[in-house]
Design a protein around this ligand. Sequence first.
Ligand SMILES: Cc1ncc(COP(=O)(O)O)c(C=O)c1O
Length: 376
Amino acid sequence: MPLRGRQTFCAAIVDSAECNSAGQTDWKSVFRLKSCLNCRPNIGDFFVLTKTTADGDSTTLVEEPRKTTRGVKPANESGLAKTAKPLTIFLDGEFVPEEDAKVSVFDHGLLYGDGIFEGIRFYNGGVFRLEEHLERLWDSARSICLEVPMSRSEMTEALLETIRKNDLRDGYIRLIVTRGVGNLGLNPAQCKRPSVIIIATTIALYSKEMYQNGLTVVTVATRRTGPGALNPAVKSLNYLNNVMARIEANLSGADEALMLNDQGCIAECTADNVFVIKRGEIFTPPITAGALRGITRSVVFEIAAELGIKISETDISRHDVFIADECLLSGTAAEVVPVVKADGRVIGTGKPGPISLRMIARFREITREGGTPIYS
Ligand SMILES: Cc1ncc(COP(=O)(O)O)c(C=O)c1O
């Protein structure tokens, strides 16, 4: 059996395969599906197996080409779930059917992750915190010396029109500005015009049960990049760091990854800010710990003030999460979601706590009030 390391894992991780008495892996063992990456497994994908040696305590990762997809369900995280009708996409000033929404293979957004983006939600016919998202997009652009090739009011109109063209009232916008087409060298000076892409669709990151019962998280080895590298405040197209963290969470069967900074303090999750609640107070890592200045995070601050709950920014360690009464994540796609287990430790009672539930309820109300109107 070839030992090929982790690099080719793809579809699924299963419980351990027992060794037979001759010390060989018994491939006829029943492999229970434990977790699944976000891809849909196909024939030819690889299993990643934990091989338990005869003495039972050392393990080795081995791989076996997939023979069947039987029993493998698609991941429950649908990400940008497609609506039944083909989408209309905004691409560089034009509205095009999704099958024609294509970018060049020489776009530096694709070649180097050179570009920026925002994820924005709209609820009940209004875009939630649009101004804040545009502000952050323009800040990201300035930070990486990218000129957004539209004014803010043109961008607003393009966003709203993209939603209208797709007949949506509730959903999610992915707004992307790439460096544009250049040559194969990474020098952005080669790229003459940035590209703007707007996708309006629906999204369902977690199931209803996960909001009711809470998520599990694990601390991952992949650290959040420090401000001396790619500053986490820039919402760039280069998310491989976060993707690697997410893969680690998937491999250990957790719903999300807690990412630490180089000092060992919690920065954030892969696409969400983190809050812990202890003795009736809320704590969250400061931006300087490597957290994105999340727009949903700022709504959590507003709700806490409204509910008279003290909230403060402070360095948070894994220990603080383990001993917390409650834990919450916030993000545009995730919204506000409770966490009930971290690194195998039950948080609080193991159920979403009272402050989390009040926060989630008020967040839902706020999202449906106001917002930039789409149809008037
Ligand atoms: C790395 C990261 N952290 C936090 C967040 C949450 O930010 P927001 O609430 O603005 O969506 C996101 C999502 O955009 C993110 O990508």
